[in-house]
Every structure is written in structure tokens, then in C-alpha cells.
Design a protein around this ligand. Sequence first.
Ligand SMILES: C[S@@+](CC[C@H](N)C(=O)[O-])C[C@H]1O[C@@H](n2cnc3c(N)ncnc32)[C@H](O)[C@@H]1O
Length: 289
Amino acid sequence: MTATNIDTQDRFEFGKNWSDFLSKVDEKRIGLATESLAQKIGHQALKNKKILDIGSGSGLFSLAAHRLGADVISIDFDINCVECTKTLKKEFANNPPNWKILQGSVLDKNLMESLGTFDGVYSWGVLHHTGNLADALENASQRVKPDGWFFISIYNDQGTPSRIWLKIKQFYNKLPQPIRPVYVCIVAAYQELKLVMKRLITLQNPLPKNDEIKSRGMSIWYDWVDWIGGLPFEVAKPEDIIQPLRDKGFLLDRLETVGSGWGCNEYVFHLDTAKEQLGLEKSNVKELG
Ligand SMILES: C[S@@+](CC[C@H](N)C(=O)[O-])C[C@H]1O[C@@H](n2cnc3c(N)ncnc32)[C@H](O)[C@@H]1O
């Protein structure tokens, strides 16, 4: 694991970005988020199950888990994210009693222990933004019940390009607020152009693929803002995540890796009661294009 930034002075305002995104949430996006969650975890792993969503952000995936029949606890460090999640709970789920929302940090060991254990722990794009990925991974994984699942997505360690991304993010957070959208446009346009060129060279359709499920119901713009601004920022190679969890009895069910590219590797583990160490089956690894 590479701690590329643990200076919490430079913290990106995730909650502000998610508050801006909230007006875009509609039944179509909720449907896509729900479908993507069901596809990745499976209906059975959610229906009537106790789920913890760590770093709930906008609250969209807590809502998706609720729609799929789970009892949900959502937790986020940022008060604006907590408010976003409460808004979705009220507006799209009618404030059900089996969905609780808390403000708190995954790094707060006592708080995390007080939550108990869960059939499933979901933490998409969060643990690398805490300032301490190793402790966050430890605290989050400890909330999984035996035989429960653990679904995380963590930024890929690309070496030098990851360090360049850190500089890009630090620069974003130092810019005056009104300039930031312009900076996002420039960085995003440059990256999109590089992708178009890559697709052209490899004789693929140069236009971006419209994979709605893969987009998880999120918005390209707010995802770019989150990606370009998101600090603290740490990255990890798959083995940095898999091995410490394997030592605790977690088996990897699925890994969607970005290979040597940028973005997040997505992992689904389960806590194996027999503590069998099966090793990673090649068939469980899917490289994203
Ligand atoms: C990139 S967003 C991901 C949001 C959501 N999980 C999703 O998939 O859309 C990262 C989230 O992690 C939250 N976060 C950052 N540090 C945290 C911490 N120490 N404890 C809990 N949440 C944290 C941020 O406030 C933010 O909502």
C-alpha cells in the first residue's frame, strides 16, 4: 500500500460534491445503482440481511441496498454526506425504521466496534480517502460476520502515474473555488482525449462505451470532480489488499481490476468460517477494458 497523502488539511469536500449531485438522483439512477449492486453482490446476499455502508456519500447505494431488502446502517465522516443520505432516505424510501444513518469515521475503532457485525459490509471508493488505508481496511473488515461478504473498491497503485495524480489533486484543492470547475474540465478533457486516441490506435470505436450499469447510476461530471479533487488519496496493488485480508480468513470471490490503468480495483470477499486458504482462482479475475 502506498500512502501518497495523509495530510488531512488537504481534505476534499466530498459532501459538497454529493449535495450538488443529489438533484440529479431520480428513479432511473436509483434503478441503475440497484441493478449494479444486485449484479455484483446478488439478491440473496442482500434480502433480509444486515448491511453496513461505510462512506455512504450521496446515500445512493444505501438506498439501493434498502430497495433490495436489506437492513442498512450508513456511516460517513462528512456531515453533508450524512445529510444527503438522510434526504434520499426520506424522499425515496419514506424514512423506514430499518435504515439508520450515522456520522462517524471508519478510523474510529470504538465507534466501529459499537456497531456490531454485519452480513455484508460495503465500502465503495472510501477507504483510500480516509488518510489511513491500512487501519480503515482493518476496522471495516472486522465488521463482517463469519460467512458474510466484504465489497470494497480501492484505487489502483500505478507507481509514478499515481504520484502525478496526487499532485493534480493537491493542486485542485489549492485553487480558488470558482476556478475549480475549469480545472476539472481541462484535466477530464485531456484524459478523455487520451482514451479516444488509445481506442483509435487499437482499432476500437473511439466513442466512450455507454455502459449504464458500469456507471452505477452516477454522473460523469460529479465522478470527475470526485476523482480530480479526492484527498486524502492512497493507492494499493491488488496483492496489498488481498494478502492482509487472506491472513484474517477472507477469501476473494471476485476481483475486477483496472490492470495497470487508473481508477479503482473492485474486490468482493467473504469471511470463510473454515478459514480455508484456497488461493485466487484465475477465473475470478476480470480485467476491465
Ligand atoms: C468517493 S466517495 C464514495 C461514496 C459512496 N461510497 C459511493 O460509492 O458513491 C468517498 C466517501 O468516503 C467518505 N469518507 C472519507 N473518509 C471517511 C472516513 N474516515 N470514515 C467514513 N467515511 C469517510 C467521504 O465523506 C465520501 O462520502
